[in-house]
Design a protein around this ligand. Structure first.
Ligand code: GAR
Length: 208
């Protein structure tokens, strides 16, 4: 699991493993993009090994890519989960784990996504636009920001009195923390099949 900040999505995965709803899943390690994050504390508390790999320690994206690959290779994960990870992974990482990297994004892709839309910013843009519905998306990571095949989405209603912070909290709690563990369970069950630009869920989803 790759993290950059508060680690509430990481915590949701830890909790679902602990309560047995995410079975046959183990977090082999956490990579944080900087030292001193709350996400790191959450991993340590759950006895999960943590490595710090900083983008600014690498002279360019290729060197950063090599550092991430080296850190990941020690653990040899079957699935890489970007849980609030705010760096762009380089092409070598994406190619090495093709269709085995997933990301949770705090909007309904293809709205409010792409470069610059991270953290609180999608929620600010949602409120500025006047849309009535937002939500979260879990998708496969490819070489472009927020462009890979969509696995799961969950909608959240925008309230007239929302601030970016109240909306962010509701999207996290009602959408992200629900669909990210679900997507991991689908992957673990071998139920995600990629065809062209689409992710097919074998056996369907509860929305079908
Ligand atoms: C989450 O809202 C996540 O969707 C978002 O950052 C937040 C991290 O929260 N990710 C992105 O914006 C990626 N484009 P967390 O660290 O508490 O899980």
């Amino acid at each position: 699991v790759l993290v950059s900040g508060g680690g509430t999505n990481l915590q949701a995965i830890i909790d679902r493993i602990a309560d047995g709803s995410l079975s046959k899943v183990r977090i082999v390690g956490v990579i944080a993009s900087r030292p001193g994050t709350v996400a790191e504390q959450r991993a340590v508390r759950a006895d999960i090994p943590v490595k710090i790999v900083c983008r600014k320690d690498a002279p360019d994206l290729a060197a950063y890519d090599r550092a991430v690959i080296a850190a990941l290779s020690d653990w040899n994960p079957e699935l890489i989960v970007l849980a609030g990870f705010l760096n762009l992974l380089g092409p070598a990482v994406v190619a090495t784990w093709r269709n085995r990297i997933i990301n949770v994004h705090p909007s309904l892709i293809p709205s409010f996504c792409g470069p610059g839309y991270y953290g609180i910013r999608p929620h600010e843009a949602v409120l500025a636009s006047g849309v009535r519905v937002t939500g979260a998306t879990v998708h496969i990571v490819n070489e472009e920001y927020d462009q890979g095949p969509i696995i799961l989405q969950k909608a959240v209603t925008v309230h007239a009195d929302d601030t970016p912070q109240t909306l962010q909290l509701r999207v996290m709690q009602e959408a992200e923390q629900v669909i990210l563990p679900k997507a991991i369970a689908l992957f673990a069950a071998g139920r995600i099949q990629i065809e062209d630009r689409k992710a097919i869920i074998l056996g369907g989803t509860e929305n079908d």
